[in-house]
Design a binder for this molecule. Structure first.
Ligand SMILES: [Zn+2]
Length: 424
């Protein structure tokens, strides 16, 4: 495939001008070369850049977008989200995930990292639409042995089965959090991740209350707790990291750990401000995620990048905090570091996960700085390529029918909120 004469190519560290990009199979063969391929995409009025990596989300929650606003995390979960999640099934999760992946592809995300339920169906949806993903069954036992056994079994099955689907779909082990998982479950999760050489991804220090509860119940802060259990001895991805102390950051930065920042969800649920500038300064790898559409309420990673800048500048009362060059590390090179997958960069040999952004879009011009426009003005994604395959061309999905996805997801979303609760 030849992406011809791209007006700008964002690598993302450098911005090149008027370059060809040659894609062979699933890789970037060259930047600046030429190719006699039959597949030619004219990019003379586009910015070509690596696809964004959404490192923490719950895709099927797209069905729950807008069901609950204006509450803190615990109240939001207990009163509104958990009762609805009781009624989920495989088919609902499939169409919820399909809806989420449509939104991701249309807003430039080419890879996601997801923990939720019915993940075999979520994997199937990812496979059908052509997106790259990392998935795990969200395990929680609340100290109950039966539940622990059941969730471990589901998790083992996901790890075993979805790795076989394709190279794009990858398993993870995903215990929910220190608060909802017993030490036994956390230990078994680490073992499973190590045995399969895959990452362990969990929520970490999202709220102040959760940290206080753990100190009261187990006598130590979450990071100290998981360190003592050995959870940090291997690839570790912690979502949120809002309430991390200087000591926690030091501990995590010495390990093979990444933190996923979710600024919109953290602001909306008033969970707090994650100390991202401190983390980056101490060398801790920080990635970016949207969290689910029920707490964000969208999966637009360009918007998420804007909020990274706005939140930390305001929090520090300093406009030099989180410059665009730092923000741009989160969804690209730092995600690559967390997943170790040769994604997030336009460079020879890297995976061909890339997007074309339209320069004609009113918010995108004039172009004094392509990166500034992308982060702060809002981008219109025209074409999305994943693993060397065009999954969206000129705004149209190529592998699936977008109208059918919206219709099916709409029907299931309605069914979910209208049918009586299971205890009724
Ligand atoms: Zn989450």
């Amino acid at each position: 495939m030849l992406i011809k004469n791209a007006r700008f190519v964002l690598t993302p560290e450098k911005t090149l001008e008027n370059k060809n990009i040659v894609v062979k199979d699933s890789r970037i063969e060259s930047i600046g070369g030429c190719d006699k391929s039959e597949e030619v995409i004219d990019a003379s009025n586009h910015i070509v850049l690596p696809g964004l990596v959404n490192m923490h989300t719950h895709a099927s929650m797209n069905l729950l977008r807008g069901v609950s606003d204006d509450k803190k995390l615990q109240k939001w979960l207990q009163e509104d989200i958990w009762p609805l999640e009781e009624k989920l099934d495989g088919e609902k999760c499939y169409w919820g995930a399909m809806h989420a992946f449509t939104e991701m592809i249309k807003t430039g995300t080419t890879c996601f990292s997801d923990m939720y339920f019915f993940m075999d169906k979520v994997a199937e949806a990812a496979e059908d639409i052509g997106i790259r993903g990392y998935l795990g069954h969200g395990m929680l036992d609340l100290g109950e042995e039966q539940r622990r056994k059941k969730d471990l079994k589901k998790s083992r099955k996901i790890v075993k089965d979805i790795g076989k689907l394709s190279d794009r779909i990858n398993p993870m082990v995903t215990p929910h959090s220190c608060e909802t998982c017993s030490d036994e479950l956390l230990l078994k999760a680490r073992e499973m991740a190590d045995r399969n050489d895959i990452p362990l991804h969990m929520h970490l220090c999202e709220t102040h209350d959760e940290v206080e509860k753990l100190i009261k119940e187990r006598g130590r802060r979450p990071v100290e707790h998981i360190k003592q259990l050995g959870l940090l001895d291997g690839k570790f991805i912690g979502a949120h990291g809002v309430h991390l102390t200087v000591e926690d950051i030091k501990t995590l930065s010495k390990k093979e750990a990444s933190i996923v920042h979710n600024p919109c969800s953290n602001m909306k649920l008033t969970s707090g401000v994650a100390p991202v500038p401190d983390m980056m300064q101490k060398g801790l790898n920080v990635c970016l995620g949207t969290d689910g559409a029920a707490s964000n309420n969208n999966l637009d990673m360009f918007e998420e990048m804007k909020f990274v800048g706005l939140l930390h500048k305001l929090n520090a009362s300093d406009p030099t905090t989180m410059p665009i060059e730092d923000i741009s590390k989160l969804p690209w090179t730092n995600a690559d570091m967390a997943l170790d997958r040769k994604i997030g960069r336009l460079e020879q040999g890297y995976t061909a996960d890339l997007i074309l952004v339209d320069l004609d879009y009113i918010k995108m011009n004039p172009v004094h700085s392509p990166l500034s426009n992308l982060i702060y003005s809002g981008a219109e994604v025209d074409t999305t390529i994943i693993d060397g395959e065009i999954v969206m061309r000129n705004g149209e999905l190529t592998m699936v029918d977008e109208n059918k996805i919206k219709r099916k997801a709409g029907e299931f979303a309605e069914e979910l909120v209208s049918c009586p609760h299971s205890e009724d």
